[in-house]
Ligand binder design. Sequence first.
Ligand code: TYD
Length: 229
Amino acid sequence: MPPGSPAVSVVGFMVACMESCGLFISLEGGDGAGKTTQAQLLAQWFRDQGRDVVVTREPGGTDLGSELRRLVQHGQDMSARTEALLFAADRSHHVSTVIAPALDAGAVVITDRYVDSSIAYQAGGRELLSSEIEELSRWATGGLMPHLTILLDVDAATAAARAGGNPDRLERAGEDFHARVRQVYLARAAADPARWITLSAAASIDSIQGQMRAAVTAHLEGREGTGTL
Ligand code: TYD
């Protein structure tokens, strides 16, 4: 493999960091973007290179989070602020009991949704103040942000085609809601290209994963430390 090729860059990063360097990646996107499948494939790629990997998700990456997930998705109706607080509670527990310990141990952490979901859904979708959701997120996480966030951008037609038969509270929120969610994601990704990679979720699973691995490799070059909000 010639120097400078993606695989060599990743190996270089692995050697430089040895076991002490955690890597925090979040996957984001609208409902039906295929994040779960892509997270598993990305995790396998890292494992094949000898890294410990923790794949997790929000809401519901912990036992407590599973209960909160049931409430926000299938519980009784609630105010937008209540919903935002439940997601923040899930995230806070997730960071302190799963994400931070794994990063401290040098693992690669891949989470299916994180802070940007709250900004897209509760600020964009529910139209709460973005600055307030950011502050709430900062408080809940202690400021821990991903090194890298991958947006699987899903258009309305693709999302509708992939929708299941039993929509939850968020999936029932309507077309305008989901259009706002998408716009917030795209705007945040455009504003911070050092953290974000944007890929179209309409491509095939293999094609998306290939693009993702190449983009992750490129982003790993030169990174240091853990991100902060
Ligand atoms: P999930 O089944 O994980 O959705 P998907 O498979 O599309 O990722 O359900 C999570 C739902 O919760 C999804 O509709 C997005 C929403 N959500 C928020 O509204 N705010 C948040 O902070 C998070 C983490 C998720």
